[in-house]
Write a protein of this length. Sequence first.
Length: 345
Amino acid sequence: MIEQSFAKSICDFSFGMLVMAQLVCTVAMYYKGQRNDLQKMMFRFMLYLLLISVVELSFFYMSGQQMSALSAPETDFLEMTVVPCALFILIRLTTPRQKMLRLIAVNAVVYLTAFILYLVTGSAIVYQTTLVLTVIYSLGILVYGYFAVERFNRQLESDFSDEELSLYWLKYIVCLYAGMLLLWLVDTFYNSEIMATLYNFIMIVLLGLFCYFVYRQEDMLKALDNLDKEEKKEGCVKAYEFEGRFRKVFEEEKIYLNPKLNIVELSMAVGTNRTYISNYINQQLHTTFYEYVNKWRVKRAKELLSSTSLPLEDIATQSGFNSLSSFRRYFTKSMGTTPQAFRKE
């Protein structure tokens, strides 16, 4: 009896912690969400999760319902709607320019219809069918998330030289999402207070990380917006002048020293368009924009390491890297040795 009471107390405590975490994340996203569409969408997502928790709080703690764990078909339906919401966030992160009103409307109609049908009929078949379809949907989101992140990061590498602009962190979120899904399924089918507690704590970590990284992605969002604006200003240079001008901006003007350099800025400096530059780098030079620019930065860093006694942080800055960590990581990857070891050779 004491063990059951303790498990129930921990479960209640974890649920309270989850509600508080959702409240903090909602406020943080509200503050940040005035600046771009992704963060506005994240604020709405956090607010929706908070409202679900408020409904569950009312259902389990204020209605006089006596349940061993925080699970019931009515609230499970609400939690199932979080699955398409997660998909919307993934789509917005990996395809920032895509419109999603139709997709949102379709998902809303499907889940609302299933919920109303259950309320009217009370049929366990409706509940179980929706649950199974939600699990399949979730697995689809995991697969989509993995490939979408890979695709989007390849696109970023073709447009930007700044490695801080990436979504590789999202792979960790996808793994946590998979763990959360598994715990939620076990809790739903077995109605376990231990599983409910683990689920609540995993959700707290997941939401915290998700909000933190979305909060950090403002630079990427600004860069994408600027890329669209700058692309409209692109010029055109004659083909026979192109290669000479292209070499000049790297060899003489050292455009790579700009740590935030993107492919539109390069195309404007050369006097051609983004597509021409991209095709030239990919097809003629057989590399990506990101790799090509950082090759010049490493070349500059090698010169400074060999001829000066400057601290590594100064060398990173004077080579065009946006941080010491980025410099060390890329230099080691490119040269097979650390900057310190290279200097001693």
